[in-house]
Ligand binder design. Sequence first.
Ligand SMILES: Nc1ncnc2c1ncn2[C@@H]1O[C@H](COP(=O)(O)OP(=O)(O)OP(=O)(O)O)[C@@H](O)[C@H]1O
Ligand SMILES: [Mg+2]
Length: 398
Amino acid sequence: MEPILIPSLANRLVIPTDPSEDEFNYCSSGITIDSYEIISTIGSGSYGSVYLVREKSNGNVYALKKIYYVDVHDSELVKKRAIRERDAMIVCNKAKNSRAPKLHRAFIDKDECVFYYVMDYIGGGDFNSYCYKRLCEQKPFTMDEIKFYMAELVICIETFHHLGLIHRDVKPENIMINEEGHLILCDYGSSKQLFNNYSTHNGFLSVSSSAPGHGGSFGSFGSGSFGSSGGSFGSGSFGSGGFSNTPPNFTSFLRNPSSSYTSYIGTPQYMAVEVVQGTNYSKLCDYWSLGAILFELCTGQALFVESPDTTEQKIRENIGNWRGLLNTAISKNQSIPKVVETLIRDLIAPERKRIDSMGIRKHPFFEGINWEDVSNHRNTPPFKPTLNSSTDTTYFRN
Ligand SMILES: Nc1ncnc2c1ncn2[C@@H]1O[C@H](COP(=O)(O)OP(=O)(O)OP(=O)(O)O)[C@@H](O)[C@H]1O
Ligand SMILES: [Mg+2]
C-alpha cells in the first residue's frame, strides 16, 4: 500500500518552534481567512474557537478551528500542539479514517499569528452536550445504549492507534456525534505519533496504511455531574491558560524511540495514573479514559471529581489514590451491573494489568457485539440527530 506522507519537515521528531507557511499549510494554495464567510461560532476552547463557515468560492460548509499562538500562555507549546494536530489529521485523512473529521485545508496567518484548520462539520454536536441533555431530561442511558457508545469508542480509539497515534485526551467533549449518530474522535492537539509504523520515504516520514489492524474488522444518574465547568461532562482540558503540564518531552523520546513516553499531557479527570505520575506510558492510557467514561455513563458521576469545586490538584491526588477511590465509588453505586464493574476494573487498572483492544473486544460486557458491524457503521445508533440543513447548529446551542 502507498505510504502516508506527512507533508512537513523531513525530520518530524523535531517539531518546528516557528513553523513557516510551507511547513504548516495543507491544500491551501491561495486560501486565506477571507476565503470564508463565518456563519456562527460552534465551540470555543483554550486558545481559539471553532466556527461554522462557508467557503465563498464553492459554497461548501465546514467547521473552521482557529488557534492563536501569540500572547498566550506557553506559545511554544501551543505551536507544537497545533502542528501535532495537523499531522494527526493528515494521517487520518490519508488512511481514510472514518472516525476522524476530515481535514480539508490547514493554513497559517503569520500576521495575525493564527493557525486555521478547515474540517468537516460534524453536525450532531459533542458527546458531552448530549450526555448533559440526557441528564437535564432525566433520561439515563440504558445498558444497550452504553454498550453501543462504548463499542463505537473502542473502534474510534483502535483506529487511531492503528495509525500509530495515541490520542491522550479522550473525553466526552472531544467525541462528536455525526449526522447518522455515530461517534467521531476529534481534537488531536494532545496526540502523539508512535512512529512504529513510520518509515522515511523521499525524505518524508511516512506511515504505512497497511499498519496492523488497519482496514480490518476492525443506570441511573447521580448528583449533577454531567454539566458545565467543574462538573463531570464539561470540564476544561489541560492546554488551557492554566496549562501546568511539562511540555511533551521529545528529548527523552529521541533517547528511547519505543512506544513509551513520559510527557505529561491530557485532561485530569480522565487521565491514566501513569500519565499523572509521569512514568512511562503507552497507547493503553487511552483505554483508562474509556473506563472513566464508562463509569460516568453508568452513574452520571465522574470517578475522581467529588464536586464542581474539586481542584485540578485534588483530581490528580485522587487519581494517584485511584484504588481506594474506585472501590468506594463502586460500592456507592450498587446498581452498576457486575459485568460493567469488571470492565471498569479492567480499564481503571495499572498499565501492566489493563486490557488492550483485544481484551476489550472479548470482554463479556460486549457479548453479542459484532465488531465488524460496529466498524462499518452498520449498527443502528440509539440517537440520530435531526438536522434541517447543512448549516443547522441546533446541537451546538447550550
Ligand atoms: N469538526 C467539527 N465539527 C463540529 N464541531 C466541532 C468540530 N471540531 C470541534 N468542534 C466543536 O468545538 C469544540 C472545541 O473543539 P476542539 O475540541 O477541537 O478544541 P479545543 O478543545 O479548544 O482544543 P484544544 O484542546 O486544542 O485547546 C468541540 O468540543 C466541538 O463542540
Ligand atoms: Mg477539545
